[in-house]
Design a protein around this ligand. Structure first.
Ligand SMILES: [Zn+2]
Length: 455
């Protein structure tokens, strides 16, 4: 499918079109694809700069500076949306956090606002729909470093792949959304409805960065989160609960140890009980998660325990992640977790121990948008204009910031982005042709969802 070329009628003198005519001159698929392709070097350069900023939790600032400069260099005004600990803690969609967030900021840039008074939608020039383009700047730790073939925070290019922590999840998405804007601007076009670009913090631990944008900024008719989805549309996702189980006993000399007095070993039956809960949660997955044999995953991600080889371990803390379906509430899953742990600790061998459960980090619900939602169809069609094939909707067994827009911002949200491999693993990499295609799909979506007109 494509848009007809605008050709002047034969035999008529070509005149400079009036402003109102320019507005209707819809650029073709081909023109948009070419204009975005001309930004390929800029997109890859930005991606490399972003990968070089080691934006693990607490160190997001350098990456946000790169995004601010990228917005400004693309002719946009950038500003901060600072995290507000008190406001977040008062919001039902926020995840608990024990660390300092003062000084942390999302970077946002508005495009097309000067003609659109109503911030939500429908600028005076348009019947177009408003849009949020969102990416997260934070990345997970690259440990263990020994498994990487090259330093994780130095972008390494090998053929069509770019390697580095965050290359796929999801700095390529941030670079693609800037590329889409630059491509449209290269054609002298701007959106007929409001677009807000957001680079947010804390997607990998709480989702509170995106939530702060949802709280502080106007909603939109749609939000695209540029997660690596291999150019398909992610319409549903599970929620995620983080919890920490602390097992405490009495330290003693290993030579005098009573069998069963060790906090590390006391954690085993607790983990087994959590695995049983996980199995139950996977018995009858609801739609659309029933396509997966095991959509709800428990991860025992961190264990901190013990102090000395000749001292019986008196303390063990196990950090876990467990998923929940969109129908479930976080409080309900917390209860199930606590019940499972209580049952395990009632065994006689665990009597010498104190067992406590804490919540720090993710406590968020799942989210699902119908596959027939206008936003899903629009993204799918834009992908067809860009690549010749429509995008397939799919549910994810991970969580993303999309939920905050959908659940608390009255803004339908999907994830769409490039093809990446090894996310959260060693040698994470993104396929560069898919990054350009993502930018092209976004530019085509902007044309068809928001409308594009002359600057
Ligand atoms: Zn991500």
């Amino acid at each position: 499918m494509g848009h007809a070329e605008e050709t002047p009628a034969p035999g008529r003198r070509r005149v400079r079109p009036a402003r109102s005519d320019l507005r209707q001159a819809v650029p073709t698929d081909q023109a948009i694809r070419a204009a975005v392709a001309a930004e390929q070097v800029a997109i890859e350069r930005l991606l490399s700069r972003l990968v070089a900023a080691p934006t693990v939790l607490g160190q997001e600032t350098r990456g946000q500076q790169v995004m601010r400069r990228a917005f400004v260099a693309s002719g946009l005004e950038a500003r901060e949306v600072r995290l507000d600990a008190a406001a977040l803690r008062a919001h039902p969609g926020a995840s608990p956090f024990s660390w300092e967030v003062a000084g942390k900021a999302n970077i946002v840039a508005d495009w097309g606002t000067h003609r659109s008074r109503n911030p939500r939608s429908h600028g005076e020039r348009s019947g177009g729909h408003s849009l949020v383009l969102n990416g997260h700047i934070d990345v997970v730790s690259p440990e263990p470093l020994s498994l990487w073939s090259s330093p994780p925070f130095a972008a390494r290019r090998d053929g069509e792949w770019l390697y580095g922590r965050g290359a796929g999840d999801m700095k390529a998405g941030l670079a693609a959304m800037v590329g889409a804007v630059r491509g449209c601007k290269r054609l002298g076009l701007e959106p007929l409805a409001r677009i807000q670009l957001q680079s947010v913090v804390e997607e990998e631990c709480t989702g509170n960065g995106a939530l702060q944008c949802v709280m502080a900024e106007p909603g939109a008719d749609g939000a695209i989160l540029l997660e690596p989805t291999s150019l398909e549309v992610q319409t549903a996702q599970v929620g995620v609960l983080w919890f920490q189980v602390r097992v405490t006993g009495q330290p003693s000399h290993a030579g005098e140890a009573q069998p069963g007095g060790n906090a590390i070993e006391a954690a085993y039956p607790i983990i087994r009980a959590l695995r049983e809960l996980e199995a139950k949660l996977n018995l009858r997955p609801p739609e659309p998660f029933d396509r997966y044999p095991h959509p709800i995953n428990l991860n025992v991600g961190v264990m901190r325990a013990g102090d000395w080889p000749s001292t019986v371990a008196a303390e063990a803390t196990v950090h876990c992640r467990l998923a929940l379906y969109p129908e479930q509430r976080v409080a309900e899953l917390r209860r199930l977790v606590e019940d499972a742990i209580k049952l395990a600790t009632s065994a006689p061998e665990l009597q010498p121990f104190e067992v406590a459960v804490d919540y720090d980090g993710f406590g968020c619900r799942g989210y699902a948008l119908p596959d027939t939602a206008p936003l899903v169809l629009a993204v799918s069609r834009a992908r067809e204009h860009a690549t010749g094939t429509a995008a397939e909707p799919f549910p994810s067994t991970a969580t993303t910031d999309a939920r905050s827009f959908g659940l608390y911002g009255d803004t339908p949200a999907v994830c769409f982005g490039p093809h990446a491999e090894g996310v959260h693993g060693a040698d994470e990499r993104v396929h560069l042709p898919s990054v350009l295609e993502t930018a092209q799909v976004l530019a085509l979506l902007i044309r068809d969802w928001c409308g594009l007109g002359a600057c």
